[in-house]
Design a protein around this ligand. Sequence first.
Ligand code: NIG
Ligand code: FE
Length: 432
Amino acid sequence: MGSASWPVDAPEARADQSHLLAIVNTPQILTLAGPARPRIGPEMRHLAIVEDGAMIVRAGRIETIGRRSEIEIPSDAEIVDAEGRIVLPGFVDAHTHPVFAGTRADEYEQRTEGATYAQIAARGGGIRSTVRRTRQAGEAELLESASRYAEWFLRGGTTTIEAKSGYGLSLEAELKILRVIRQLAAKRRLRYVPTFLGAHEIPDEYRGRIDDYVAVVIHEMLPRVASEGLAEYCDVFCEPNVFPPDRARAVLRAASDLGLGLRLHADQFTPDAGAYLAAELGAATADHLEATTVEGLKALQAANVQPVLLPASVYNLGSTHYPAARQMISLGLPVALATDFNPGSSPTASMPMALSLACTHMKMTPAEAISAATINAAYSLRRGGGIGSLEPGKLADFVIHDCADYRELPYFFGREPARAVYVNGLCVYRHP
Ligand code: NIG
Ligand code: FE
């Protein structure tokens, strides 16, 4: 797995050693400082806030954070005036599908008229309609649309995303998508963590021949993805009528043997097979979990699997069946939050929107939601040592949000609060 080929962990390349920033005039720096592991239970409410703070950034990394009165600002520092606004780590969006052609606005309209997501999929729409369009698109076209979506993530205050393939479903088309993700990462604005999702759906030409398709994923796609270092994780859409647990297990075991980490689309519609499989395989994450029972949650907890909750897809599908975040937090599960950005179930790249839904519909507190969207998400991607909190030595991925108090982030919903977004100490987005 060529992590060396990924700029994600090697941003020093662009960090000039003399580049010095001083962030001042902020009522709250949400540092999220704490132990070197994800936050659980009551820890999720503890944001380690520095009031009236200042932060010094040198060469793309955080050097010092503390009370303004206790920090000496170097005379050669470039001053970043937060103008009375809060500062927090960039959001880490741990579940997205950002490379696809076209939209599904037509299906959205059909859903407003009463058709369900499952009905649309059963008649050949849904994921398969995006696959048909994505197969036809060239790399340049996909790069262009995904670059546009990358700006949406940045505008929402997100600085790292996990990015899945899964709209190619043939060797060539899956490789094409993963290469687009590699090119996006090379732009060094948004950080990307790539995931191979060849088992997202059964493509048209393999309908009724799931085992033949699973063999292609295992014997043709996975070895190429691994040998070209195109993904760090493998994901499978585990559902009885898509990839049932025995097929999902076969794909994920093969991926694990090749050194890939594991993530699962688990129990979106049906309990509990996905959660049990994630636990059995020691996956990094089990995502969705809308249908998981308390037994499934206990299995995840015992196996150290992190839940990744996607309330925007629940909302957009018009469901009220949100995952049981409170129960998960009580069980000590290190919950992460993500957008699930994709053209079908969740066409939003907005982490502030996901936060608002998590607070209003899943009754997470604003602090819990922020922990889930930063430090816990970073750990779910094995990035907790470098991003997800603002601590000396960590990468300077931070955002100035137009709020005086962090609780305003989910409270004022449907707006874009980010005013300035920094990745590796460089400003990658500024609100006009
Ligand atoms: O996470 N459930 C499977 N995958 C996506 C939806 C993809 C699509 O509809 O295009 C999800 O919700
Ligand atoms: Fe998804």
